[in-house]
Write a protein that binds this ligand. Sequence first.
Ligand code: XMP
Ligand code: MG
Length: 179
Amino acid sequence: MKGLNKILVSKAELQHRVKELGAEISLDYHGQELVLIGILKGGAVFMADLMREITLPIGIDYMSVSSYGNSSTSSGAIVIKKDIDTDIRGKHILIVEDMIDTGLTLQHLQKHLLTRDALSVKICTILNKPSRRLVDIKIDYEGIEIPDEFVVGYGLDYAEQYRHLPDVWIVDTLELGIH
Ligand code: XMP
Ligand code: MG
């Protein structure tokens, strides 16, 4: 496809890492009440794979959020475009995300969910771009660390395209005319 010339993370690598994360989460939350919250739209692909690697009874829900992003407005500003309908009071929450980049969105979302009296709110991401971080955020379960490249596939899009690709591709921004 135009602008996509290089696979950064293959389907096989993703599958392998997702299995490991599922096993780790299953051990850590044994005997506890866990709800996975997938972040739409990007997190939906990872969420579908991850939940099938967890061997505990779990609840699932989805949320869509956007953040007023910049480092000077870390006031908790977050817009919920689609909310969960699960009552999370007294439950352990694991946010399931495609990518942590600046960290702003998830920092705000984590704070927000804690105000709803969840017992704990932890973060699981399949991809992590630490070089772009603007805020200090603890990632409890990290899939694969990637360099500062714009990537698509496995849920991630460019202009709402390419989310369905099974591998993660580097976007050649020059070839696509993105600045
Ligand atoms: P933060 O708040 O951590 O937001 O900056 C992370 C969100 O930014 C998007 N993002 C990307 N989307 N390719 C994409 O398609 C990328 O390389 C990329 N880096 C960040 C993504 O939606 C993620 O949830
Ligand atoms: Mg996203």
